[in-house]
Write a protein that binds this ligand. Structure first.
Ligand code: NAD
Length: 501
């Protein structure tokens, strides 16, 4: 990241034990606006000492927080929901400034973040256990849910507001304490979230924020004071996190990268399908784990789709996400722009044809990290562009003859996050949803990211673990079950009047 401003940038803080703390020494990174290059802030890269402090504070807060009634914990979340709602525009602008997505998209992200808190507010119902009377004569059996302990989340750059909220509200609702490590590329939105949390007067140490990069993550994975890790990021790091944290005896959920296919059947409603594909492939400049990055056309769908899809793609405006006329913002960094450009070059060298070529967009759109929306036609399933995550505004098009072939292409992927089918045929949908190996399915929906009340349920290399993020899985992940079998001798043998002397 490069600095262009001469004014002294704000140094971001950690939030530990109920107060903002400065990081004493160590490396610092610049945080730049990816659309303008403006230096927004500087983020300290914390080390083991800062982590120790945060974990100590979180452990110390556990008994008191667990003792707060579950109804009162839910009320604190009502407060969190209201405060986030009051500051929603500020949050959205922060997301656009540091991450680059359009303001409309950022507002939608913040809406989803708030929805997570709303879902977590149901904890007095969702955390209930189960009881069965009379498992033997005069013997009852019950399972209760208790907090896991100190829970930590390590999150990616592409959803600075929403992804932390996949975990934080559910974890604390269930009586755990929490440590968040934001992406060092987009650490500013989390500062606002923690300003809001600070105003809630939670007991000190219930929520903690520690900024840092890879060494901090490694320290978290090994730290004996952390009981559970939630990770969201690229597939390689997800595997590393999953294996290392499990080796240290922690509960882990690790959400990884993706390569999402959108199957278009010959009977698809083309105009609406084009809209959905464009939103999916190029929204957030393709930097979503649910971005559709491969279109698989079946039979005549290719001819029906391509002209309209290419024309609509050429109409998209590339620019600063703060500008309301922008459709596609920048990618996160210069390195990302170069990596995406190289992936397009490799695909073309392998025989793909650029139906729309966005590589020249940088020149028209100012100093930021811009890549224009790109469509590569004539892609075959063996090409890298069909298999590897690009995480940029690049859409590959693979043509096949039948739904069977389309399903085979989708299922050959090592990833299994989301996939969509566009058709009006119930039979085709039935077949697709039954046979396809991916965890989130859209039917005539381009980005089938589930609402907060359902789990974000990726498969294969897109998810390592058992319990997914949000929905009912969140309460499962953030609680431990305890099963009690009981009888009382003075209650009699179950056949007569009970008495207690
Ligand atoms: P990333 O893997 O580079 O970084 C994620 C987090 O891990 C960051 O906090 C970072 O500091 C840390 N990290 C990075 N490299 C590390 C290393 N070698 N060792 C330890 N920690 C490391 O991911 P990103 O570029 O920030 O985010 C984009 C990726 O996240 C994409 O692959 C995208 O598909 C994925 N993602 C997945 C989901 C999902 O739900 N499956 C959601 C959002 C993003």
């Amino acid at each position: 990241m490069t600095a262009v401003s001469s004014t002294t940038p704000r140094m971001l803080g950690n939030y530990v034990g109920g107060r903002w703390t400065a990081v004493a020494a160590g490396d610092v990174l610049d945080v730049n606006n990816p659309a303008t290059g403006e230096l927004l802030a500087r983020v300290p890269l914390s080390g083991r000492n800062e982590l120790d402090e945060a974990v100590r504070a979180a452990r110390a807060a556990l008994p008191a927080w667990r003792a707060v009634s579950v109804i009162e914990r839910a009320r604190r979340l009502f407060g969190l929901r209201e405060e986030l709602w009051q500051r929603r525009e500020e949050l959205a602008r922060s997301v656009t400034a540091e991450m680059g997505k359009t303001l409309g998209d950022a507002r939608a992200e913040v809406g989803r973040a708030i929805e997570m808190v709303e879902c977590a507010c149901a904890v007095p119902t969702t955390m209930q256990g189960r009881i069965l009377e009379d498992v033997a004569q005069n013997v009852d059996c019950e399972t209760v849910r208790q907090p896991v302990g100190v829970c930590a989340a390590i999150v990616p750059f592409n959803f600075p507001a929403m992804v932390p909220m996949w975990f934080l509200p559910f974890a604390i609702a269930c009586g755990n304490t929490f440590v968040l490590k934001p992406s060092e590329q987009v650490p500013m939105t989390a500062q606002i979230i923690f300003e809001v949390l600070d105003e809630l007067d939670l007991p000190p140490g219930v929520v903690n924020l520690v900024n840092g990069g890879r060494p901090l993550v490694e320290a978290m994975l090994d730290h004996p004071g952390i009981d559970a890790i939630s990770f969201v990021g690229s597939a390689g790091v997800a595997r590393l996190v999953y294996e290392r944290a499990a080796r240290a005896g922690k509960r882990v959920q690790a959400l990884g990268g993706a390569k999402n296919h959108m199957v278009v059947m010959p009977d698809a409603v083309i105009e609406r399908t084009v809209e959905a594909i464009i939103g999916s492939a190029f929204g957030a400049a393709g930097q979503r784990c649910m971005a559709g990055s491969v279109v698989v056309t079946v039979g005549a769908a290719h001819e029906r789709l391509m002209e309209e899809l290419a024309a609509a793609t050429r109409r998209l405006r590339v620019g600063d996400g703060m500008d309301t006329s922008t459709d596609v913002g920048p990618v996160i960094s210069t390195a990302a722009r170069e990596r995406i450009g190289a992936a397009i070059d490799v695909a073309i060298a392998a025989g793909a044809r650029a139906a729309v070529d966005g590589r020249g967009a940088a020149a028209d759109s100012g100093p930021g990290n811009f890549v224009g929306p790109t469509i590569l036609d004539g892609v075959t399933p063996d090409m890298a562009i069909a298999q590897e995550e690009v995480f940029g505004p690049v859409l590959a098009v693979v043509a096949v003859a039948s739904l069977d072939e389309a399903i085979a292409v989708v299922n050959a992927s090592r990833f299994g996050n989301g996939t969509s089918i566009f058709t009006e045929s119930g039979a085709a949908v039935r077949r697709y949803r039954h046979d396809v190996q991916a965890g989130m399915i859209g039917v005539n929906i381009g980005v089938a990211a589930p609402v907060a009340f359902f789990p974000f349920s990726g498969w294969k290399d897109s998810f390592l673990g058992d319990l997914h993020a949000h929905g009912g899985d969140a309460v499962e992940f953030f609680t431990r079950k305890k099963t009690v079998t009981s009888r009382y001798f003075s209650a009699g043998d179950g056949s007569g009047p009970y008495f207690v002397e």
